[in-house]
Design a protein around this ligand. Structure first.
Ligand code: ATP
Length: 221
């Protein structure tokens, strides 16, 4: 079994008296692509912020081994800064200045590297957010809503980049998605989060066959 990079054990997170995560246990091993799907308000962003150390669990443990890269919900690029400067901001921890590998992986970014990130399309901005996270040389990348607001072709392109990162660099990815179809196609394994609890987990092929998952997430082609 590959080394575990990210593991939460019975994690509970509360906002005041409201419980956003209720005993959540997930695991991502080196080299894995793992999906976490769930509806609005299920607690997905809360989980990302807990993994990133922004939120502290009221109970349970969070273990992150190795460097974690986070692509936040809504991308959060700095619109007035150039693409290149946005990428450099992702390197504050490693002081890595070399963007060569990023442009190799995301060649569309090289062409627009001097442009203000705010002038780019949503898909290009998502690439900037991914590239910025990669600058920290993460062993595991956590992506909060890759596909949000993007068209199908752009999403397919981004998914292909992730697959390449995984295949060539062995990067592990935790893909947090409302688009279950995409996530369960791309990832080998997945979790279903509903109202702060993991209600199903297993190989994506099994989740795709589960009547509950089909009814709740895959119903409309
Ligand atoms: P979305 O896709 O809409 O962002 P989500 O699955 O990411 O949904 P969270 O944003 O993690 O869900 O929210 C989980 C629950 O916690 C929701 O019921 C939400 O209303 C609540 N919540 C989130 N942030 C806060 C906060 N700062 N204060 C109080 N409650 C919050």
């Amino acid at each position: 079994m590959n080394a575990t990079l990210v593991e939460t054990t019975s994690v509970t997170v509360r906002y005041g008296t409201a419980t956003a995560l209720d005993g959540v246990s997930i695991r991502v091993a080196a080299g894995e692509l793992v999906a976490l799907i769930g509806p609005n308000g299920a607690g997905k962003t809360t989980l990302v912020n807990t993994l990133a150390g922004i939120l502290r669990p009221a109970a349970g443990t969070v273990a992150v081994r190795g460097r974690l890269g986070v692509v936040p919900e809504g991308r959060q690029v700095f619109g007035s800064l150039s693409v290149e400067d946005n990428l450099q901001l992702g390197a504050w921890r490693t002081r890595q200045r070399d963007t060569t590998r990023i442009y190799e992986l995301l060649p569309d970014l090289r062409r627009v590297r001097r442009q203000a990130a705010g002038s780019l399309s949503g898909g290009q901005q998502q690439m900037v957010a991914v590239g910025r996270a990669l600058m920290g040389r993460p062993e595991v990348l956590v992506i909060d809503e890759l596909s949000l607001g993007l068209g199908p072709i752009v999403v397919a392109n981004l998914a292909a980049y992730l697959q390449r990162l995984n295949a060539e660099d062995g990067m592990a990815v935790l893909l947090i998605e409302q688009n279950a179809r995409l996530a369960l196609r791309l990832c080998g394994r997945g979790y279903v989060l509903e109202a702060g609890r993991v209600v199903a987990e297993g190989p994506s092929a099994e989740l795709r066959r589960s009547p509950e998952v089909i009814q709740a997430y895959l119903g409309n082609p």
